[in-house]
Ligand binder design. Structure first.
Ligand SMILES: Cc1cc2nc3c(=O)[nH]c(=O)nc-3n(C[C@H](O)[C@H](O)[C@H](O)COP(=O)(O)OP(=O)(O)OC[C@H]3O[C@@H](n4cnc5c(N)ncnc54)[C@H](O)[C@@H]3O)c2cc1C
Length: 296
């Protein structure tokens, strides 16, 4: 990137929020793309020319204006936990790291308005203090940002009850376009589908309104089956049984459970394992149902 472009970004935001050192560029140009042996080969040498760290919506607009004027490619980043290279800059340019836009703006009855860089784990903790909780979240929720999840994720824990991101789990988004004068748009309803899971290619999301569920106390359990098909039948019945509230019904055929290292002591050899999160007080009902499908 030309020196005059670097200077333009530094002039706009201050030198300390334009990272040019090789360590930061390497670290913040990467996500979990290396899970894929195909992407590992293709993306390992991709690098941004600089990392830009705005702290407000106004600064995001400033960065977009400068990037547009100098025709610099922009790759948006939340926490970089995406696992197919969505946050890796393919053509250099800047990584626009939005993790400093991390303010919870407003609480409502069963919703929260947040800046895009708020971590889902923090939102869950704060929501629970207000007798609410996230409807759905990815397994990376302690690190992942709300904006990154909406733009790069799909579903996760809670989806068994609430569906995926497209199923009413985003209420509104503030979106900026990539133009000479970035336009601010407020998007809701069906129009959100153009921004969900689109990797920031249709716009940069700075603020989101997320629906919340009433707080529930959950219990985690594991059920084992000799026969994987029986475990699937159990999961299907449990998933359709509205008398048991649940956040997770996750069946795994052997040998997948053998890879769950933190659970090594409890996993049973050669058996299918169903990981569950159901409402506190439902374990006896779950056990009874599992027995009818041959649980061991
Ligand atoms: C072990 C593991 C488990 C995972 N489990 C799940 C899961 O259960 N469910 C699931 O859906 N995903 C899962 N993921 C994928 C990923 O962690 C999540 O989708 C996560 O929510 C991404 O958030 P992030 O802040 O890290 O986003 P990033 O990885 O930083 O970004 C994701 C994409 O969104 C774009 N982006 C980020 N912020 C914005 C913004 N404000 N405006 C516009 N574009 C933006 C980025 O350019 C990128 O294309 C998993 C990944 C790993 C490694």
């Amino acid at each position: 990137m030309a020196i005059e472009v670097e200077k333009a970004f530094m002039g706009g935001l201050g030198a300390e929020r334009v990272l040019l050192d090789p360590g930061s560029r390497e670290k913040l140009s990467k996500d979990f793309y290396w899970y894929s042996p195909v992407l590992e080969k293709k993306l390992h040498d991709k690098l941004a020319d600089s990392i830009i760290l705005p702290q407000s919506e106004e600064e995001v607009v400033k960065v977009l204006e400068i990037a547009y004027a100098h025709q610099v490619p922009v790759t948006v980043r939340g926490a970089g936990t995406g696992n197919y290279g969505q946050a890796v800059p393919l053509e250099g340019g800047i990584v626009l790291d939005l993790s400093k836009l991390d303010r919870i703006v407003e609480w409502g009855e069963r919703w929260a308005r947040v800046q895009c860089g708020v971590r889902l784990g923090i939102l869950e903790r704060e929501a629970r203090e207000r007798d609410m909780e996230l409807r759905i979240y990815p397994s990376t929720y302690m690190k992942a940002t709300v904006g990154g999840y909406v733009c790069g994720g799909s579903g996760g824990i809670g989806s068994i009850t609430w569906g995926d991101l497209w199923d009413g789990n985003v209420l509104e988004a503030t979106v900026y376009t990539m133009e000479e004068q970035p336009r601010k748009m407020t998007i809701c309803g069906q129009e959100l589908h153009a921004y969900i899971h689109n990797y920031g290619t249709t716009g940069i999301l700075t603020e989101l309104m997320i629906p919340l569920a009433p707080k529930t106390e959950w219990t985690q359990s594991i059920v084992f089956f000799e026969d994987f098909m029986k475990s699937m039948e159990f999961c299907s019945t449990l998933s359709h049984d509205d008398s048991i509230r649940k956040r997770l019904v996750s069946p795994h055929e052997w040998p997948i459970p053998s890879f769950f290292r933190p659970l090594k002591k409890v996993i049973r050899q050669e058996q299918a394992a169903v990981l569950l999160e159901t409402e506190e007080g439902t374990l006896s009902q779950v056990t009874e149902l599992a027995r009818t499908y041959g649980e061991r």
